[in-house]
Design a binder for this molecule. Structure first.
Ligand SMILES: C[S@@+](CC[C@H](N)C(=O)[O-])C[C@H]1O[C@@H](n2cnc3c(N)ncnc32)[C@H](O)[C@@H]1O
Length: 429
């Protein structure tokens, strides 16, 4: 492995994992993000389904990390080319990636016996293929994996709670990995956005004690928590196909809680209360001076009522346009405008654009006017440097990239602990 940890970044977007692990310096812009350890990304892949025009994230990645730093093609085509002997893929020590999170919100029929439901969920199988390629090259490759996904992954699908995550675990177990996972709400660890995501860290050929790892592993050190009141145990079938067919059939709840460890198909899992006592950032901390906010970001008086309606609580009768079916619709009120003395809500991909929306953020200016957030603020809510996505794309595309990205500080904290554990092992060996 040498002195560095070579990383492959899949589904790289605008490089959140890379920034968190490697850090980034650009004195001309005043950007100084610390590295988490000896990580070096040597291969990255990013492709937004659609035409060339949709490749703005890959172009941003290249403009920040250099020409040729990312392969801008569909990952399955890249892997097909590898299988056909037409492309090389380098050996790496770590594979990282956030696989697209839209999949789990829209349930789709299952087409493959061991597939994950949801069209884009199939991308898990590209990760699996990538790992198998690495391990065929040498069993020393891909010692670690770090993945990010929506926390719903632990519970989906609705008709077989926890099955999708169990499939992922059984795939990783079949490749010789032990796994730690943790649902992290970034605001609970001081970051300026409430964003709840599951982080999965896998390591090959390690013999952890389940409970010891749960309380003293990388995740527990990166995200301090109280001693759990209760720990539950689950067994995962060896075969991902069997897992897919049989896991938790008839179970009303997923057996997976917010923290867990798997060693050789045996899982222990528990609920988590954080014990973080460091500094805390708020939405107000990332707001730019008002002079930097273009006029189009201010909510026109003529639109105010529409915004208030969408943000407000409602109970009304609605009709499905396609079927004519009538139903009762109700939802609670959102804070409007958003509080600036607290972390923001989660940024979604639709945050851009001037149209009124229930989910876009709106803040109140000193003169009482309301405005949406500008892309520089969205960059910073994800802990990217201010202006990171300012690489020639539209504001809507910048918002889309940030809605897809992650809070850079989270893989950074995990990376710090992985690097520390590695250096402790080197010292004691
Ligand atoms: C959840 S986002 C990950 C964002 C990333 N972690 C970041 O910091 O920006 C998933 C990414 O996978 C990309 N993607 C979707 N389908 C893909 C495919 N078939 N091949 C490669 N990338 C794909 C999407 O364009 C999106 O940027």
């Amino acid at each position: 492995m040498g002195d560095e940890i070579k990383v492959a970044e899949l589904f790289a977007g605008v490089g959140g994992f890379r920034l968190g692990l490697e850090g980034y310096c650009d004195d001309s812009k005043g950007w100084k993000l610390p590295s988490a350890g000896p990580f070096r990304t040597i291969w990255a892949n990013q492709w937004e389904p659609g035409s060339d025009k949709r490749q703005f994230a890959a172009r941003c990645y290249e403009s920040r990390f250099g020409k040729g730093s990312v392969i801008n093609e569909d990952i399955s085509a890249v892997l097909d080319e590898f299988d056909a002997g037409k492309r090389a893929i380098p050996d790496v020590d770590m594979v990282v990636g956030g696989f697209p999170c839209q999949d789990y919100s829209v349930a789709r029929p299952l087409f493959q016996a061991n597939g994950i439901e949801g069209k884009k969920g199939v991308l898990w199988w590209s990760i699996y293929r990538f790992l198998r390629i690495q391990l065929n090259g040498s069993s020393n490759n891909a010692r670690w994996c770090m993945f990010e996904n929506v926390d719903r992954l632990l519970k989906s699908p609705a008709k077989q709670r926890g099955r999708d995550f169990a499939i992922i675990l059984s795939c990783l177990a079949s490749l010789g990995y032990s796994v730690e996972w943790r649902v992290v709400n970034s605001a609970e660890y001081g970051f300026p956005q409430r964003r709840k995501r599951v982080y999965i860290l896998a390591e090959r050929c390690v013999q952890w004690n389940l409970e010891d790892r749960l309380l003293h592993g990388v995740m527990a050190h990166a995200f301090p928590m109280e001693l759990p009141e209760r720990v539950d145990y689950v067994e995962i079938p060896d075969d991902p196909y069997v897992t897919s067919q049989s896991f938790n059939l008839g179970g009303k709840l997923s057996p997976f809680s917010d923290a867990g460890v798997m060693v050789k198909n045996k899982v222990c899992t528990c609920k988590v209360s954080e014990t973080y006592d460091g500094p805390r950032m708020t939405l107000g901390d990332v707001l730019v001076p008002e002079v930097e906010v273009p006029e189009e970001y201010f909510v026109p008086e003529s639109q105010r009522e529409k915004w208030e309606y969408l943000k407000g609580s409602k109970k009304e009768r609605r009709t499905n346009k396609a079927t004519g079916f009538e139903y009762n619709y109700s939802e609670g009120a959102m804070s409007f405008p958003d509080a600036t003395d607290r972390p923001s809500r989660t940024i979604l991909t639709g945050e851009g654009g001037r149209g009124a929306s229930r989910f876009k953020h709106v803040v109140k200016c000193a003169d009482g006017r309301l405005r949406r957030l500008v892309p520089d603020e969205l960059d910073q809510l994800q802990c990217f440097p201010k202006g990171w996505t300012d690489t020639g794309m539209t504001d809507g595309q910048r918002a889309f990239c940030m809605g897809n990205a992650l809070v850079v500080g989270i893989p950074h904290l995990i990376g710090l602990e992985v690097a520390k554990e590695l250096s402790d092992q080197i010292v004691s060996s």
